[in-house]
Design a protein around this ligand. Structure first.
Ligand SMILES: Cc1cc2nc3c(=O)[nH]c(=O)nc-3n(C[C@H](O)[C@H](O)[C@H](O)COP(=O)(O)OP(=O)(O)OC[C@H]3O[C@@H](n4cnc5c(N)ncnc54)[C@H](O)[C@@H]3O)c2cc1C
Length: 371
């Protein structure tokens, strides 16, 4: 693109910090950089017309881990590591709520529920028998019991009669959160250029040169917050993981309220605006879903519809209104990768499936790496 003298001088000269990606991490990184360096010129580059990864696509669970997930994490991580991970999610949620306020997020504390398939005795029994130990482990954080078993009173079918309840789980309106974050960032004079994809970067001792799909320019420091797309900028620790979602049309007298985890968290659903939003099913076809391409597949969408018919809304007529997907960043370990990649380049990526919880904190940590 042939830019004018004015365009180059005003938007692309003397940039102190450039952030790639306007998801929850990139935007929180920008807020923290502005706090630390009030006079700095900060630019965010975003390839989508809106943020286009996971932050505007997710299910809006404000959660820190279901009982089965914590049990599973303890198989691969030490107790201390698991506690650290949970504390981080709780602190991250707190930071998000402090940064934007519960009204802006439409934060609702309806609690979280883990449902067990009728046929899954193994998982159910494991959760029953480990519940007390896990509650004890979490006591230092919550000073009370977190998980308890309750009788299904939502009319779900083909699941165990009891589900596991967690009163500390909440839900947010994802769109409102991102809108409020974007407003906050822009109100501080931080510029966001949408539809601008960073294609390559190179570095000398004082600066980083960026090539985008429209123009080239130079920035003093670069923060990469591209999560599932990190490999494209040579960060190998992150694999993309597509997650598919659908939402029903509004349902009269819907009495389901809360955030729900099913089948070890492979499926998740919640109420929103008298609708059910349901996602998951990557386990049906992990290989196809390891992609940065947005899209839906028949196998997963059929399964999601089948769950609505047989488990979630067995006695209710419903219609599907919309379907979409988002791209997460995952890896062998659950913790995010927040590090300095070279003298002037830093990254905060691999947020996994709980980026709402940790995204604000990871953005802040990324900004705090920069000197
Ligand atoms: C369907 C789905 C449901 C989820 N549900 C939940 C949930 O209920 N609770 C929860 O806590 N988490 C959930 N998550 C995970 C959570 O959304 C993510 O962990 C979080 O949004 C990650 O934020 P991020 O800023 O790291 O990444 P992103 O939001 O993906 O932001 C990265 C941005 O970088 C941009 N970008 C990438 N490459 C480039 C480039 N080269 N140049 C310019 N821009 C670029 C992308 O367009 C994108 O906007 C879900 C995710 C999905 C997909």
């Amino acid at each position: 693109m042939n830019l004018s003298y004015w365009e180059i001088k005003t938007w692309l000269t003397n940039i102190d910090f450039t952030i790639v990606g306007s998801g929850i991490v990139g935007l929180n990184c920008a807020l923290q950089l502005k706090k630390r360096f009030p006079k700095a010129k900060i630019l965010i580059l975003e390839k989508g017309i809106l943020p286009q990864g996971a932050s505007t696509k997710n299910a809006g669970f404000a959660c820190f881990g279901s009982l089965s997930e914590i049990i599973d994490d303890l198989k691969n991580h030490s107790e201390d590591d698991v506690l650290e991970l949970i504390k981080k999610r709780i602190n991250g949620l707190q930071l998000l709520r402090e940064t934007l306020g519960d009204n802006a997020l439409d934060y609702q504390n309806f609690g979280g529920f883990e449902l067990f398939l009728e046929s899954d005795d193994t998982l159910y029994n494991s959760c029953l028998s480990n519940k007390d130990d896990i509650n004890q482990l979490l006591y230092s954080i919550f000073n009370t019991e977190v998980f308890s078993f309750k009788v299904n009173n939502f009319g779900f079918k083909n699941i165990k009669p009891n589900y596991c309840f967690n009163p500390f789980e909440g839900q947010i309106d994802t769109g409102k959160m991102m809108n409020a974050l974007l407003d906050k960032v822009q109100s501080l004079g931080i510029r966001i250029l949408n539809n601008t994809k960073v294609e390559e970067l190179s570095e000398d001792s004082n600066a980083v040169k960026l090539k985008t799909n429209h123009f080239d320019f130079t920035t003093k420091k670069l923060c990469i917050a591209t999560n599932g797309f990190a490999k494209q900028l040579n960060i190998p620790e992150v694999k993309p993981a597509r997650a598919q979602v659908l939402i029903t049309k509004p349902i009269d007298n819907l009495n389901i309220k809360g955030t729900f985890h099913l089948d070890e968290g492979y499926y998740y659903f919640r109420n929103i605006d008298n609708r059910i939003l349901l996602g998951g099913g990557r386990n049906l076809d992990f290989q196809t879903e390891e992609t940065t391409e947005f899209g839906q597949t028949e196998i997963i969408q059929n399964k999601l519809e089948n769950l609505l018919k047989t488990i979630i809304l067995p006695n209710t007529n419903f219609e599907i209104d919309q379907r979409w997907s988002g791209i997460m960043g995952v890896g062998k370990q659950k913790n995010a990768v927040v590090k300095q990649l070279s003298k002037n380049v830093f990254c905060g990526v691999r947020l996994g499936g709980m980026g709402i919880a940790i995204g604000s904190l990871i953005g802040k940590e990324l900004a705090d790496l920069v000197e």
